[in-house]
Ligand binder design. Structure first.
Ligand SMILES: *Cc1c(COP(=O)(O)O)cnc(C)c1O
Length: 231
């Protein structure tokens, strides 16, 4: 029988194999389990199997799960697009927001982060392959946005997040992921203290790790196919 415990172990195995192939230590790559569309019971099962970091796209859906599982050690990452009138829920409920792509959103998150919580961890979402309809700051704009976000008092800028278009093969995936790594390194060279490059999903964990990902976001390979196609 396929259980979340088994699929998690299989994904951890893929990460370990990819790290070995790249000459990297597996402790350098975190696994974010993307639980969007799956219920709190599925998340609880993953928690019991030792998984602590969870990614959610839809704020309202996530808020219910976050409340249901309060106090059980889960760390919640918002990875979906945020409208500026929805920032409060993100600032109040999440530990990380990886989908910051403009200053207005960052300013609102900083202003709305409750005093009793630590600074909100954020990543800038970068439109690394230039998809016309996609969210994400253009690579050329990333440095200026990063410096402005890093200066906000209630945010802690951790790094970059990318969601490239599905690529035809491993080599094509690698080319795009390497571009993200170069941008990440360039920002670090400007003096920004970044530690997170969030890239790689169920279909491209291996190429992302080869290119230097420090966090892979895996949904369907852990929880199964989602009921409806995701936007
Ligand atoms: C849904 C989603 C994932 C997980 O995708 P899978 O292909 O199911 O692994 C990762 N990142 C983001 C931003 C997502 O929206």
């Amino acid at each position: 029988m396929t259980t979340i415990c088994n699929t998690l172990a299989a994904v951890r195995g893929r990460i370990a194999t990819a790290c070995a192939a790249a000459g990297r230590n597996p402790s350098e790559v975190r696994l974010l389990a993307v639980s969007k569309t799956f219920d709190a019971d599925a998340v609880r099962e993953a928690l019991e199997a030792g998984q602590t970091a969870f990614g959610e796209n839809y704020l309202q859906e996530a808020a219910g799960k976050i409340d249901a599982l309060a106090g059980q050690g889960a760390e919640w990452h918002c990875i979906g697009p945020i409208q500026s009138n929805k920032t409060r829920l993100a600032a109040e409920k999440f530990d990380w927001v990886q989908s910051v792509d403009r200053l207005k959103i960052a300013e609102r998150l900083s202003a709305q982060r409750p005093e009793h919580l630590p600074a909100l961890n954020v990543c800038l979402q970068v439109n690394i392959d230039g998809g016309a309809s996609k969210s994400g700051v253009a690579p050329e704009g990333a440095a200026a946005l990063a410096e402005a976000v890093a200066a906000l008092p209630r945010l802690r800028l951790r790094g970059l997040m990318t969601i490239p278009e599905p690529a035809a093969d491993y080599a094509a995936q690698l080319t795009v992921h390497r571009r993200a790594r170069e941008l990440f390194d360039a920002l670090c060279a400007r003096g920004l203290a970044l530690d997170t490059l969030s890239m790689g999903m169920s279909a491209d964990v291996e190429s992302a790790i080869a290119a230097g990902s420090t966090m892979v976001r895996v949904g369907s390979a852990i929880f199964g196919a989602r009921p409806k196609p995701d936007a």
